[in-house]
Ligand binder design. Structure first.
Ligand code: HEM
Length: 441
């Protein structure tokens, strides 16, 4: 009785399980998700009910909605991905954990991702980016931005991950030929590879052949309890490696792809970024690796990255689930319902970001001028992205080498993109590349 439809937000739940999933997914694929949300807002107001990916859902968006979502206590609103995502990544992934479990696994992950540890990785990433350019860019005239691979096993893992992604936001029906089914199969194959890696890395750690922070798996294996027992279980390691690869690999490569796309389209911004990197390159001896100090001089490049994230956020919206009946915006969201917050819709709000469609990196010159909960490409609150610093290093190092070693121009016929659920450019963004004669590599 308490849940009389009077209190529920307007809108229709549609066909059970399926509801509006198809029309939302289609809008995402056609890069019309913002319009789709605006249409619903016009029809039902800022809050509406629907069924997405198997579960009754309330759609919310806007600055107040972001604040509500990111600051709610985890006993009322918890992180819960759609059933499809849960099954594909694994139940023990950080996005599914809460309370003490979330803290234990998040702390373990953050012990690897904190700036102190990461500063030792600047040189490693520099060498890795150079190796990648050497293997995949030098000597070629055209590359596609959507490939970053080295070694057969990594190649296989990346392939499986891409297949996993395809069914991440899908109706969770496990029948042959459904996207969900092929993602589950890809998960199984990825899991086997990660299990082998865990075995190898556990051996190397036990025989002191590797240091605790050698890589993320080793770092998670090294977190020990009072009796020197591993406190992050194998299931948790597998789920969180898959999550980190999904959360960390695609997001950053998408960001890089869209920066490259933008630089090819905007000569003034390209010139300003190039100038910043040429100044840094001049101060380095041939072959000298980048340092943390060099990265701190790449301020304009990071504004370009933030502006790219504003316009093309890899994570467009966020799912949560209510653990009890919740009142918000004058409506009831019943216990067990899903909340989908289209968090990044604030990025397009002209009252927050004037001329929202214009690419203007200097918006981020004074970050405190951006109102709270309005730039949310990395989320917010307790679950704010722990990979912010890692992705910042990766992006700055990669752009440094790309822009000092190559010129590029877009050569695809179609430069639009779609979302699956992350944005991916049509044709994989092929670009013509030309090495610069004067680089020191
Ligand atoms: C441009 C790059 C990135 C973007 C835009 C991004 C975005 C986000 C967002 C929006 C969330 C919050 C999701 C939510 O509230 O439901 C998140 C969480 C997360 N991100 Fe990132 N991310 C990026 C890079 C990375 C990297 C490089 C890593 C790891 C190396 C990473 C690991 C994670 C993890 C583990 C979580 C879950 C945190 C938790 O639930 O406590 N991310 N990310």
């Amino acid at each position: 009785k308490r849940r009389s439809s009077k209190n529920l937000p307007p809108g229709a739940l549609g066909i059970p399980i399926i509801g509006q999933s198809r029309s939302f997914s289609r809008a995402m694929r056609e890069n019309r998700a913002e319009e789709w949300i605006q249409e619903r807002t016009k029809r039902y107001g800022p809050m509406s009910k629907l069924t997405l990916f198997g579960t009754p859902t309330v759609l919310i968006h806007g600055q107040a909605a972001n604040k509500f979502l990111f600051t709610s206590d985890s006993n009322t609103i918890t992180n819960k991905q759609p059933k499809s995502t849960q099954r594909i990544i694994g139940k023990r992934n950080l996005l599914e954990l809460r309370g003490d479990d979330h803290k234990r696994v998040r702390d373990s992950l953050v012990s690897f991702l904190k700036p102190d540890v990461l500063k030792e990785y600047v040189g490693k990433m520099d060498a890795e980016v150079n190796r990648h350019l050497e293997m995949h860019w030098h000597g070629k005239q055209m590359v596609k931005m959507f490939t970053v691979k080295r070694g057969a096993r990594r190649e296989a893992l990346v392939d499986h991950l891409e297949k996993m992604m395809e069914g991440m936001w899908s109706v969770p029906i496990n029948l042959p030929f459904t996207p969900f089914n092929s993602s589950l199969k890809a998960r199984k194959r990825a899991k086997t590879i990660i299990k082998d890696l865990i075995k190898e890395k556990r051996g190397a750690l036990a025989e002191h052949r590797s240091s605790p922070h050698a890589d993320l798996i080793t770092s998670l294996l090294s977190i020990r309890g009072d009796k020197n027992e591993e406190i992050v279980s194998e299931k948790e390691i597998i789920a969180n490696i898959l999550l980190t690869m999904r959360a960390g690999y695609d997001t950053t490569s998408i960001l890089l792809t869209f920066i490259i796309r933008q630089l090819a389209k905007d000569p003034d911004i390209y010139a300003a970024v190039l100038h910043e990197h040429e100044e840094i390159a001049k101060s380095k001896a041939p072959g000298e690796l980048l340092s943390r100090d060099d990265l701190s001089k790449m301020r304009y490049t990071w504004w370009v990255a933030m502006e790219t994230l504003r316009l093309f956020p890899p994570v467009f919206g966020t799912f949560r689930t209510t653990l009890r009946d919740v009142e918000y915006g004058g409506y009831l969201i019943p216990k067990g319902w899903q909340i989908f917050c289209a968090a990044c819709s604030t990025h397009q709000n002209e009252n927050i970001f004037p001329e929202p469609h214009k690419f203007e990196p200097t918006r981020f010159e004074n970050q405190s001028s951006v109102p709270p909960y309005c730039f949310v490409a990395f989320g917010g609150g307790l679950r704010i992205c722990p990979g912010y610093e890692f992705s910042k290093i990766e992006v700055l190092v990669a752009i440094h080498h790309l822009i000092t070693q190559f010129k590029w121009k877009l050569c695809g016929k179609d430069d639009t993109f779609s979302r699956h659920p992350m944005p991916s450019p049509a044709e994989g963004l092929p670009i013509h590349i030309e090495p610069k004669g004067n680089n020191s590599h």
